[in-house]
Design a protein around this ligand. Structure first.
Ligand code: GSH
Length: 309
């Protein structure tokens, strides 16, 4: 047994008595499953999106990315991680930062476009969002939504407070969100909505953690208008797409999570949703959902065309 919380992970070997032995295999899912000594990739894992998963990184095919006329080239999809960046870009433009003009190109991750040689050259981790800032020499390659938010906020001196304690608080919540998202999406969302069969243990584990996040945010927002007091920052812009979706529509799990009970969180979600830049940013690179869809954005007038169509 691990004696204390400081013990190293390598102490927990398959021989350790905390690991399930073959007697507990009957409780495994699927029944009787026992992990092999060495894992090999011999079949698809099942569940939604399984066909895009591979145990290796790198490009699968040669293809350059398109390049438009603006300084910032975004390669993305309108998932919560993608929405963070398009919302910030629309907020920057609304605040008068003309250098934030951008081309948003659609990357169809279901078709494996994140594995093209051009995409991998910007993001070796093959995940949207990825961005190229062509206004610098050499051009700046960006990936990880939190890193992109921080880069843009610093570049334009906006949505990132300058007082040291508020700036630190913004980074605390930004980093919290980046660490929390995999529990909500890869954990709760995956096992509740996408896994090929329902596993009670996994759903309970991640529902517990997701509800803890909802309670954490609700408690914080009871005494704060935004995540950083009265200032709207990249912390709100990072957190809103994920937790706004969780309390409104994601995974069809609102009743399951009693999402309506988190009143302060819901108030904050509604307030941010009403911002014109958020309404625009959330539909860029979007090819699904009922709020509107703008698969590519190359000019501010693209939103007007959408409204008329
Ligand atoms: N930590 C990354 C996560 C990005 C991420 O998971 N992107 C997903 C879509 S939301 C993706 O590109 N998945 C494609 C794949 O896994 O191959 C970020 O915040 O930028």
């Amino acid at each position: 047994m691990l004696g204390n919380g400081l013990a190293g992970l390598d102490e927990l070997s398959p021989e350790d008595d905390t690991m399930p032995d073959s007697d507990s295999a009957s409780a495994n899912q699927p029944p009787g499953y026992v992990p092999p000594k060495v894992w090999v990739w011999d079949k698809e894992n099942g569940g939604q999106f399984s066909s895009i998963n591979r145990p290796v990184s790198g490009a699968t095919h040669q293809k350059e990315l398109p390049v438009g006329k603006h300084p910032l080239q975004l390669y993305s999809l309108g998932t919560p991680n993608g929405q963070k960046v398009t919302i910030l870009l629309e907020e920057l433009l609304a605040a008068g930062h003309r250098g934030a003009e951008y081309d948003a190109w659609l990357i169809k991750i279901g078709d494996g476009e994140q594995f093209s040689s051009g995409f991998v050259a910007i993001n070796p981790n093959s995940k949207i969002p990825a961005m190229l800032d062509r206004s610098t020499e050499p051009p700046t390659r960006l990936f990880e939504s939190g890193s992109i938010l921080f880069y843009l906020a610093e570049k334009f001196g906006a949505f990132l407070p300058t007082e040291h304690y508020k700036r630190a608080a913004t980074m605390n919540w930004l980093m919290w969100q980046m660490g929390a998202a995999p529990f909500v999406g890869g954990g709760f969302g995956h096992f509740y909505a996408y896994a090929p069969y329902k596993i009670e243990y996994a759903i309970n584990r991640y529902a517990m953690e997701t509800k803890r996040h909802l309670h954490l945010l609700d408690t914080h927002l009871a005494n704060n208008e935004y995540m950083i007091g009265d200032e709207y920052t990249i912390a709100d812009i990072a957190i809103w797409p994920w937790y706004g979706a969780i309390v409104r529509s994601a995974y069809n799990a609102q009743e399951f999570l009693s999402a309506g009970e988190y009143r302060n969180l819901n108030r904050w979600v509604d307030r941010i949703a009403s911002r014109p830049a958020v309404k625009r940013g959330q539909i860029v690179n979007r090819t699904f959902g009922s709020e509107g869809q703008l698969p590519e954005r190359h000019d501010a007038s693209d939103f007007d065309k959408l409204a008329k169509s």
